[in-house]
Design a binder for this molecule. Structure first.
Ligand SMILES: CC(C)(COP(=O)(O)OP(=O)(O)OC[C@H]1O[C@@H](n2cnc3c(N)ncnc32)[C@H](O)[C@@H]1OP(=O)(O)O)[C@@H](O)C(=O)NCCC(=O)NCCS
Length: 382
């Protein structure tokens, strides 16, 4: 059957998915802005609570607004005993990203009629989710490590709660500042990345925010997206040394293996987030293990630059982020859950923006490649 055949754009490259004023990726200039502010200015010395306020309000918060957000997040962290025990149970069954996805879906209400015009209500649900997702990551880490539940403490910032719960130790000020910076760096990345696009698509079906964020976590789990931070550190561990990388990486490139932490649909220069992460690395990489992994990452970067840099293939955020997560004592399979906790700030801000935009359901077209209509053949005659 021949219908009008539109042109297929694989991966919807260059197709605008939405209008957005939350964050802007400048792929040629290698810049990332949240609400007009450069990411370089929003990391060192800026708390996650400030960035949440900025993403939601569109303006830099003053101290009183930061205090508000901090209190809101603290109040919203609470989970029921059932929610805590479910998260602990799924933590023992699957990868932490899948456990997180299930635990977040289970936060949803018993009703399924999310109001489409209550923007204040959607904002509150969004902030609640940011708080609860961070708490859930901590619960899943405790259960995975076989530790008992030790929940949020009064007065803890989001970064402190997450680090303490994930690692089981009291974090230092340097580690808390670094965690804030990591959370801030990954909090949003325009409407077009796969998990935020998922957010917009699922929101457009009028789904509850918990269903939206659970779907976004599923999208982020893939190694082509958020899962790359885990994959890159596993690769560097396997390579073991810079000397090995000199031989192994060219071989991988010759065999057309995609190196995790390299390449980006939009950036054709070095990802600005990886530049900030390298600055963080210079402050927190104290142990021999992470220094060695970082040396491997630097060697990978040099070879990639020499071999494929001219094709616009450069390090992305995930080439160096694993070394920093690891220096904070975050276990490797919790790198992507931490990314999810951070990106929940952006995802939920996009839910509100999608609702405000009129929220027309996404329903793209397809290009039919199947057979023309044909007569049915009953089973006995086949
Ligand atoms: C991010 C990514 C999914 C973007 O994909 P994309 O825009 O669809 O790009 P493509 O997969 O079409 O790749 C285009 C070309 O670059 C090459 N390429 C892309 N990423 C590469 C990588 N990480 N290592 C080596 N070559 C790579 C592809 O092999 C392809 O080469 P070809 O034209 O000779 O076939 C892709 O670069 C990738 O898989 N990177 C590794 C995973 C990763 O780090 N993800 C985190 C992103 S923040």
């Amino acid at each position: 059957m021949t219908l009008d055949t539109p042109t297929l754009i694989p991966g919807l490259e260059g197709v605008p998915a939405a209008e957005s004023s939350i964050s802007l990726v400048d792929g040629e200039g290698g810049k990332l802005y949240y609400r007009g502010y450069s990411i370089e200015d929003l990391t060192e010395g800026t708390t996650f609570e400030e960035v949440v306020a900025l993403l939601y309000d569109g303006e830099l918060p003053n101290q009183s607004r930061v205090n508000d957000v901090r209190q809101q997040l603290e109040a919203a962290r609470a989970l029921t005993d059932d929610q805590i025990s479910l998260a602990r149970q799924v933590a023992t069954m699957s990868h932490p990203m899948f456990a997180l996805q299930s635990a977040v879906a289970a936060l949803g209400p018993k009703t399924n009629d999310f109001p489409q015009d209550d923007f204040a209500g959607a904002t509150k649900r969004g902030i609640d989710l940011i708080a609860k997702v961070g708490h859930l990551v901590g619960i899943i880490a405790q259960a995975t490590a076989g530790r008992p539940y030790d929940g949020p403490r009064p007065g803890e910032s989001h970064a402190t709660m997450m680090l303490r719960m994930i690692t089981g130790a009291e974090p230092s000020d340097l580690h808390i500042r670094t965690m804030d910076a990591l959370l801030n760096l990954q909090a949003d990345h325009s409407a077009g990345n796969a998990s935020t696009f998922t957010t917009r698509v699922v929101t457009s079906t009028k789904a509850e925010p918990e269903a939206v964020i659970s779907a976004a976590i599923g999208a982020l789990s893939g190694p082509a997206h958020g899962g790359a931070n885990e994959q890159s550190l596993r690769l560097f561990d396997q390579i073991g040394s810079s000397e090995n990388a000199e031989a192994e990486v060219p071989r991988m490139l010759d065999q057309k293996v995609k190196i995790p932490g390299v390449g980006h649909r939009v950036y054709h220069v070095k990802d600005p987030r990886s530049i900030v992460i390298q600055r963080l690395a210079s402050q927190v990489l104290e142990r021999q293990r992470e220094r060695q992994l970082y040396e491997v990452a630097l060697t990978v970067e040099r070879i990639v630059k020499e071999r494929i840099g001219s094709r616009g293939l450069w390090p992305n955020v995930d080439l160096f982020s694993g070394c920093v997560f690891s220096a904070l004592d975050i276990p490797i399979d919790f790198f992507t859950p931490c990314f999810a906790a951070s990106r929940t700030a952006g995802w939920t801000a996009h839910i509100v923006e999608q609702l405000r935009s009129g929220n027309r359901i996404f329903r793209p077209d397809q290009i039919w490649t199947g057979p023309d209509p044909r007569p049915f053949v009953p089973l006995a005659a086949r």
